[in-house]
Write a protein that binds this ligand. Structure first.
Ligand SMILES: *Cc1c(COP(=O)(O)O)cnc(C)c1O
Length: 399
């Protein structure tokens, strides 16, 4: 590591609040599926900023769209209309099949909005203020209080108690555990279609369909968090579209802006007409012209560059190659995931492997202490998969 890099890391540790144990590299620029640190070292990136840079780095067409918007208008208040927001809203409606959208600045804020919409929907029905929400163990929905309250990881919540009230936890893919928590106060059930931080657990079709049916019978709203698994990553624009089940409310973020901080919660017309109204919810930045120019361009490029087709071509190959690794090393106990959201489960902590890979120019990340997560840019090729596997394999040999 150069003296310059050391110096920046030292300065960072003096100035930034230490809420992350960061890897010891200072990243400088990106090109396609590669990142470069400030010493010029090249890395193959299988993290994409945690499922963000779907289009790959330094995409010219995307950059040009952002630059054009910068020269026109970065921000206006949500009290006025602007063209990029209209375009982005139309396109995300078409991509998702949902009816109404509210743009936010982040994933956590999208979850906040989804929870508020669900509570308001229930409140308008019966005027009560004791409604409950069922969330899943091992889920992750973000770090703000509402999102944290439905995050099924006590370790993240404990020091910040009390959370917002009336949240119950069930187990993903265990319908009986949902039934055991339902009562006449239940207003919503929230889950990730594929759990990300909690260890790459796709929901089963049987479970999701059972929950959908229960929600229909009891007029409970189904909220699907697609912040990580959405935006083409699992082989359809939104992962739930593969299951033949539609949520009442969904959240999206991460790859939605491909680097520009933006999220959204979307809902069906039924929820839109019977929940949040003027004065109920707002945001200064959410869905500003700059963020929406990004969303709009991202959604165009998904079509023009056949991003989802690429996911469906490369994902089976990635699965096959990861399965081969699993068969070769007995400390790898499982491989699971959907599309280009995959996890390799070890019988031990994976920090050492990830550290070694970084030294060899491969960026990987964990999901929990014993799972390596693969969430590459959606533009990766089979050759990129081969390169990744070769480096990872060489790291595993010495374990
Ligand atoms: C990342 C993530 C969030 C939080 O998004 P932020 O933009 O970090 O607030 C919420 N839900 C899921 C499933 C996520 O992966």
């Amino acid at each position: 590591m150069s003296e310059m890099m050391k110096k920046y890391i030292e300065e960072a540790e003096k100035a930034l609040l230490h809420t992350y144990n960061r890897y010891q590299i200072v990243l400088d620029r990106g090109e396609g599926v590669y990142l470069y640190d400030i010493d010029g070292k090249k890395y193959l990136d299988f993290v994409s900023g945690i499922a963000v840079f779907a289009l790959g780095y330094n995409n010219k067409s995307y950059n040009d769209a952002l630059k054009a918007q910068i020269d026109k208008l970065l921000h206006t208040s949500n009290y006025y209309y602007n063209v990029p927001a209209v375009e982005a809203a139309k396109k995300i409606k078409e991509a998702s099949g949902m009816d109404r959208v509210f743009f936010t600045n982040s994933g956590a804020e999208a979850v906040e909005g989804a929870l508020k919409a669900a509570r308001k929907y229930a409140y308008l029905k019966d005027g009560r203020t004791d409604h409950e929400i069922i969330a899943m163990n091992h889920s992750f929905h973000g770090r703000t209080f509402g999102a944290l309250s439905v995050t099924g990881n006590p370790h993240y919540r404990e020091a910040f108690e009390p959370m917002i009230g009336n949240i119950r936890f069930a187990n993903l893919n265990d319908f009986d555990s949902v039934l055991a928590n339902v009562n006449d106060r239940t207003c919503a059930i929230i889950m990730e279609t594929v759990q990300g931080e909690g260890g790459i657990h796709p929901v089963t079709e049987e479970f999701l369909k059972s929950v959908r049916k229960l929600c229909d019978e009891k007029d409970i709203l189904l909220i699907l968090d697609e912040i990580q698994c959405g935006m083409g990553r699992c082989g359809s624009m939104y992962a739930w579209q593969r299951y033949g089940v539609k949520p009442d409310i969904m959240t999206t973020a991460k790859a939605l802006g491909c680097g520009v901080p933006v999220g959204a919660f979307l809902m069906t017309e039924k929820v839109g007409q019977n929940s949040l109204v003027a004065g109920d919810h707002g945001t200064t930045y959410g869905g500003n012209p700059f963020a929406c120019a990004a969303v709009s361009k991202v959604l165009d490029l998904f079509k023009e560059d056949n991003i989802i087709e690429n996911v469906n071509q490369v994902a089976p190959y990635l699965e096959q190659k990861l399965d081969e690794l699993k068969d070769r090393y007995d400390f790898i106990v499982d491989r699971r995931g959907l599309g280009l959201m995959q996890g390799l489960v070890f019988d031990r902590p994976v920090a050492e492997v990830i550290g070694k890979a970084l030294e060899k120019g491969l960026i990987l990340i964990n999901a929990g202490s014993d799972i390596i997560r693969f969430v590459p840019p959606l533009v990766i090729s089979r050759e990129n998969v081969d390169d990744m596997i070769r480096i990872l394999d060489s790291c595993l040999e010495s374990i």
